[in-house]
Design a protein. Sequence first.
Length: 555
Amino acid sequence: LATPLPGMATATAATGSVAEAAAAPAVVPQPVSQTNLTGSGFALTAQTSVNVVPSGDPDAAGVGTYLAALLAPATGYTLPVTSTSPSGSQAIVLDPNGPASLGAEGYTLDSSSTGVTVTAYGAQGLFRGVQTLRQLLPAAIESTSVKPGPWTVAPVQISDSPRYSYRGVMVDVARRYFPMSQLKRYIDQAAMYKINTLHLHLTDDQGWRIAIGAIPSLTTVGASTQSGFTGGTTWYYTAAEYQEIVAYAKSRFMTVVPEIDGPGHTSAALASVANLNCNNTAISPYSGFDVGISLYCLSDAQHVSNVSSFLTTVIDTVAAMTPGPYVHLGGDETPQATSTQYNAYVSAATAAATAKGKTVMGWHQLGQSTIPANSIMQWWGDADDRATIGTSNETEDIQFVRNAVQQNAKFVMSPSDHAYLDMKYDSSTPYGLSWQGYVPLSKAYDWDPTTSTAKPNGTGSLVPADKIAGVEAALWADRAYAGSNQLPTSTSQFPEPYVYAEHMTFPRLPAIAEIGWSPQSTHNYTDFSNRLATHGARWTAAGIAYYAAPDVPWS
Ligand code: TNX
C-alpha cells in the first residue's frame, strides 16, 4: 500500500489510500461483483505466457490467440499461447472448465501479483472475461503502436454474468454502405463492451446490400444507390463477403442477425424486380431521405404470389449463409398497407423463415399479425407510447405489442428515445436526426428494459419481465452526413462511415451495453459516467473518433 502524501489522505479516507483509489479499475459494463484488491497487481512482461487450460471446447484456444493478438501492438510482445502451464513463469490462465453455473457468458477473473486467471464455462465466457481483462490494463494497451508500459493488470476479484442474453447493435448498411474493413472495425469496438449480436439492416429504400445469386438485379440495380448517393458503382456484400463478416463476428462471439425489411422500405427491391410492383414496372432507384414511401404490391393474388416467391428465394439464400438462429423480417413504417396486405407479407415472409428453421425477428409492428411461436419483436417506441397504455388514446404501437405478447413473443428493447444512436446528442451534433429529441449520454443510460413498455401507473408490465430477451442499440444511417438539418448539397459532406459510426456510437453504445449486461441494482449514472470518463483515453489510444460529450468528466 502506498503511503498517502501529506494533505491528500483526507479526501479519500473512506475508501483507503490515494493510490488505491486512483487505481480502481473502471470496468464497463459494471461487473456483477468487483472487489479491488491492494497490492501491486500483475506485471505483464515479454516473459508472460497465455495458458489456455485444455477442455472440450474447440474455440477456447482461439480466445488465447485473440488475447495475445490484442496485447501485441501496444506491448510489442509476442506472447506464447500454451496448453500446459509453463513452470516457473507467470501466466495469464484462461480456464474454460469452470462450473456450468457460470452460464454461457459468465466468468470469474482473479488478478494479483502472481498471475491472472479467467475462469468460464466454455470459450464464450472466456472471451467476455478477456474484455474485462483489457480494461484492467492501462489505456495505452489499446494503442496500435508500441508504447513503453509498464503493463500492470489491476489487482481484482471479479465475478460476472449478463442480465440479458441478447445485447445487440444494429448497423444500417442499407442507407450507408460500410466497407468490409469498417464493419470489422465496428465489430471489434462493440465486442469491447460485450455486445454479442450484430443486426445488419441489409435492405431499405436506398439500397439492397446482399447478393442474391438467383436475382442479380437486386445488386446490379438495387445496390446502385445510398442515401444521398447514386450512380457509377454498386455497393453490396457478395455472398463470400457476407460470410466473411459472419465468421469475423463469430470470432468475436457475436451472432449476425440479417434483416430483409418489408413490406415497406422496399424501393430498392421494387427498382430491381418488376413483378413486385402492381403495374409490373420497376421504379427508378431511390437515393433520397424519406421513409414510409414504398410497399410491395400485395393487392391481388398474383402479386401476393410474386412477393411470396421473391421472399422465399431471398430468405432461403440469406438463411443458408447465416449460421445464427435469426432472420429479421422488418415490418416497420408501412403507412400505405391495409391490414390484409400487411398480413399477406408477414404470412409469406414468416413461412419462408420458419421453413429454414429460423427464429423470426421483426420490428414490433410485426406483432399486429400472426407470428410464429418464439418470435422476437424489437420495440422501438418511446415514452409517449407508454403514456397511452390503457387510455382511449392508446397508440397502435402499444396494441401491436400487446398482440405480440398474447402470442407469447419475446422482446428486444430498442426504445428510440434512448437506444437510437442516430439521434443527435445535442444541437451541435453535425450528423443524425432529432425526431426523438436529443439523446445525450445520460438519456442513453437512463432507462430500464422492464419498464420501457411498462404501464405508467406501475400496476404491471405490458411485456412481462421474463419475455425480455435483451436490448439493442440502433445506428441508423439515413442522415450520415454533416449539416443534416438541411439536405446535403455535396458528397464532401459525407464522412467515411466509420467516422459517422464512431461519433454517434461512442460514448453511447457502452451505455446501452451496460443496460443489457449489468444488474439493474448497479445502475447509477454518476458512477457510470465517472467510469466511462476513463475510457476516452482508451478510445484515443485506439484511434476511435468518439464524441467527447461535454457532460462526461473525461480524464
Ligand atoms: C425509423 S425505427 C426507422 C428507420 C429510420 C429511423 C431514423 C424503424 C424501425 N424505422 O427507417 O432510419 O427511424 O431514426
